[in-house]
Write a protein that binds this ligand. Sequence first.
Ligand code: FES
Ligand code: FES
Length: 171
Amino acid sequence: MNPSISLNVNGLKRVLVIEARVSLLDALRDHLGLPGTKKGCAQGACGACTVLVDGERINSCLALAMQYEGREIVTIEGLADSGVLHPMQQAFIEHDGFQCGYCTPGQICSAVGMLSEFRSGAPSAVTETGAASGELTDAELRERMSGNLCRCGAYVGIREAIQQVYGATKP
Ligand code: FES
Ligand code: FES
């Protein structure tokens, strides 16, 4: 018999009866009717499946749904607030940060989580001092978003959009 699990997704408690081996990505898309999160590689290499869990970005294709009971999961469908787009969504529109749009939900969720990581001082592979600080340089931005691939090559607009949100929300 399959286990019953309770997930908190976009502020709503959702109860599911699914096999223990179901990924969080498949639970969201196939069992909860949230197709905004995309399946690209299904092996952790493209970032299309990125969602936020307790504010941190994860690849939902590599996560088992049942491991995330009691956590706050936010997908692209949950980023807007009462019909008002999240600033990152708005910036992607303003800077043409997409073409086909397939990678876009993952890019946007990843960018939101990435800015939070940067502001907390978490270093990346290109951070020269012990902790990240100051300006979000292009090198930092490229490195920190390197897990999100865009086959359309919309990277210039994606980076401009993220920099706009970073600049507008600097402490
Ligand atoms: Fe999860 Fe590609 S679908 S990283
Ligand atoms: Fe097409 Fe990124 S906009 S893959």
